[in-house]
Design a protein around this ligand. Structure first.
Ligand code: ADQ
Length: 492
C-alpha cells in the first residue's frame, strides 16, 4: 500500500482522540476529551503539529455491527493543531477491547486491584484484533522519517505488530501512562508474556517513574528470560530496547497565564461569592475507583465530625468527570459516592449550609482553573495513580501562592512534590488530620511550600517530558514551546 503524504514528523497513536464532537441544537459541538493522556499530549501537537491516530470514539451512535470490515479508517480530518486519523471499531470490539480487556483486566491489575481484574479470552482476542487495526493504520500513515509515539495500556501490542509489518527507519516509542506493577502481580494476567513481547517491539518504552521501569525490566527478565544491559533490554532478535522513567508534566506556562487572565479572575470571584463560606476545599477527578473518592469522603466526614467549629465555615467540593460509565464497577462506585455525599450532607447540613458540593460533569478549562484558584486546599488522594496531572494543574494555578495541596503518597507525582502534605489515602484518620493542618497553616509557610512546588511543576513541564523521552533515542529532539495563544479545538 502506498504511503499517504506526510507533512509532520510526530505520529501519535492513542485509544482516545483529543476531542469529541456532539450533536448540539445549533450544529456540532466540539469538546475536549477529559483525561490525563489527552491533557498531556495535546499541547505537544498544538505546538509542533503532527498526526493523531485514534479510535473515532463513536461506536454507539452509528450502530457499528456489520460494518464493512475492510474499511477500518475514516478519512483523515484536519483540525486546528493536527491531522486526525479516526479509526472505526465495532460495538463488540469497543466493548471487549476498551471496556473489557483494557479497563477490566489491565487497568485494575496495574493499579494493584487484583480482585477487581476480570480475565476473559474473548475480550483478549478482540484486544489483539483492535491492536492489529491500530498497527495497520499506523503502518499506512507513518513515513520512515516520522517518530511514532504509541500511548498507553490499550495499545500494548501495537509496537510489535507494527514491527512485524515491515522494517521502519523512524523510531517507535511507547509511553505507559499508568503504573507498572511488580512481576508477581503482572504474572497473574494469563497473557502477561504476550503483552510484554508486544511492548518490546518499541525502540523505547517509557514510564512515569523509575520504579515502574524497574518493575517492567524485572518482568521481562523473569517472564521472558531476556537479558538486561545497563537499563536496556536485549531482545531475541538482537535489538536493544531502552526502558526508563520520564515523569510527565503539564503546560505550566499556559495554565499560569490562564489563571491570571481576567475571565478566570471574574469566575474566581463568582465562585467565592456564591460559596457562602470562608474556605473551600476542592477535589477534581475522573470518576474512577483508583482515585479514592469514597475514601476521601470518609476522611471529610471525620473532619466535620471532629471539628464542629469548622461547620458552616468550610465547604468541600468534589468535581467528578464521568468516566467508563458502561463498566459495572464504575456505575457501582458512582452510586456509592452519591450515597456517601447524601449521607454526610444529611448528617451535617444546618442553617442553609451544606458541607459537600458534588458536581458530576466535565468543566471547561477556564472554569476548572478558576476552581483551582478559588480553592484554599486541594485534596488529591488517589489510592494509586501513575502520575496525576490534577495536582500539577492545581499548583500551577496558585498564582497568588497561597493554596495548600494534600497529596497521596501513592500517586507518582508525590516524587515530584515533596512539599505537599503527603498522606496515605487509605488512612482516613490521617487524611482528616491533614485537612485540619492544611487549613490552619500560616500564610508564610503555605507560600514557601507552594513556591517550591510551582518551581518543580515549571521545571518538569510537558515540553521537557517530550524532549527527555525522545532525547533518549534521538540526539536532538525539537525544542517546543507553549501554544497558549492558539485558538484550540475549533474544527476547520
Ligand atoms: P487520568 O487517570 O485521567 O490520567 P490525571 O492525570 O489526573 O488522571 O488527569 C486527569 C485530567 O482530566 C486532568 O488534566 C484534569 O484536568 C482533567 N479533568 C479531571 N476532572 C475534570 C473535570 N471535572 N472537568 C474537566 N477536566 C477534568 C492517566 C493516568 C495518570 C497520568 C495521566 C497522564 O491515570 O496517572 O498522570 O494519564 O499520563
Amino acid at each position: 500500500m502506498s504511503k499517504e503524504r506526510q507533512t509532520s514528523r510526530l505520529v501519535v497513536v492513542s485509544n482516545r482522540r483529543p476531542f469529541t464532537v456532539k450533536r448540539g441544537p445549533d450544529g456540532p459541538i466540539v469538546e475536549k476529551s477529559a483525561g490525563g493522556l489527552v491533557a498531556a499530549v495535546s499541547p505537544l501537537l498544538e505546538s509542533m503539529g503532527g498526526t493523531w491516530i485514534a479510535w473515532d470514539g463513536d461506536d454507539v451512535a452509528r450502530g457499528r455491527e456489520g460494518i464493512d470490515s475492510a474499511r477500518t479508517r475514516e478519512p483523515a480530518e484536519e483540525v486546528d493543531f493536527c491531522r486526525l486519523v479516526p479509526l472505526r471499531l465495532t460495538q463488540r470490539e469497543v466493548s471487549n477491547y476498551y471496556y473489557g480487556f483494557s479497563n477490566r483486566a489491565l487497568w485494575p491489575l496495574c493499579h494493584l486491584f487484583i480482585g477487581r481484574s476480570h480475565f476473559d479470552p474473548e475480550q483478549f482476542r478482540d484486544y489483539v484484533r483492535v491492536n492489529e487495526k491500530f498497527a495497520q493504520a499506523t503502518h499506512d500513515v507513518a513515513s520512515s522519517r516520522d517518530r511514532v509515539w504509541i500511548h498507553d495500556y490499550h495499545l500494548a501490542l501495537v509496537p510489535q505488530l507494527l514491527r512485524e509489518r515491515g522494517p521502519r527507519a523512524g523510531k517507535v516509542g511507547l509511553f505507559w501512562h499508568i503504573p507498572f506493577p511488580p512481576w508477581d502481580v503482572f504474572r497473574v494476567l494469563p497473557w502477561s508474556r504476550q503483552i510484554l513481547r508486544g511492548m518490546l517491539g518499541a525502540d523505547l518504552v517509557g514510564f512515569h517513574l523509575e520504579d515502574y521501569a524497574h518493575h517492567f525490566r524485572r518482568s521481562v527478565r523473569k517472564g521472558l528470560g531476556l537479558q538486561q544491559d545497563g537499563d536496556d533490554i536485549l531482545t531475541e532478535d538482537g535489538r536493544r530496547v531502552k526502558v526508563a522513567g520520564f515523569p510527565i508534566g503539564i503546560d505550566a506556562e499556559k495554565i499560569e497565564s490562564l489563571a491570571n487572565s481576567p475571565p478566570v479572575e471574574r469566575k474566581v470571584k463568582q465562585i467565592r461569592d456564591r460559596l457562602g463560606t470562608e474556605l473551600l476545599i476542592l477535589a477534581v477527578d475522573r470518576l474512577d475507583y483508583s482515585k479514592g473518592i469514597l475514601e476521601r469522603l470518609q476522611a471529610v466526614e471525620r473532619f466535620y465530625e471532629r471539628h464542629p467549629e469548622r461547620r458552616g465555615k468550610v465547604v468541600f467540593a468534589q468535581i467528578a468527570v464521568p468516566s467508563r460509565a458502561r463498566v459495572e464497577e464504575y456505575r457501582a462506585i458512582k452510586r456509592s459516592i452519591e450515597e456517601a455525599v447524601g449521607r454526610i450532607n444529611g448528617r451535617f447540613t444546618e442553617d442553609g449550609w451544606a458541607p459537600i458540593r458534588y458536581l458530576y460533569r466535565s468543566l471547561p478549562l477556564n472554569s476548572l482553573i478558576a476552581h483551582y484558584r478559588a480553592a484554599d486546599v486541594a485534596m488529591v488522594t488517589p489510592l494509586r495513580d501513575g502520575m496525576n496531572l490534577v495536582a500539577m494543574e492545581y499548583v500551577a494555578s496558585q498564582v497568588d501562592g497561597e493554596g495548600v495541596l494534600i497529596l497521596s503518597e501513592l500517586a507518582g507525582v508525590a516524587e515530584l512534590l515533596p512539599d505537599a502534605f503527603q498522606v496515605n489515602p487509605f488512612d482516613y484518620v490521617a487524611v482528616a488530620d491533614a485537612l485540619e493542618a492544611a487549613l490552619s497553616e500560616p500564610v508564610e509557610s503555605r507560600r514557601r511550600r507552594m513556591e517550591r512546588m510551582r518551581e518543580q511543576v515549571r521545571d518538569h513541564d510537558v515540553f521537557g517530558w517530550h524532549e527527555r523521552f525522545w532525547g533518549a533515542v534521538e540526539p536532538e529532539p525539537k525544542r517546543l514551546r507553549s501554544a497558549s495563544r492558539l485558538d484550540l479545538f475549533r474544527r476547520k
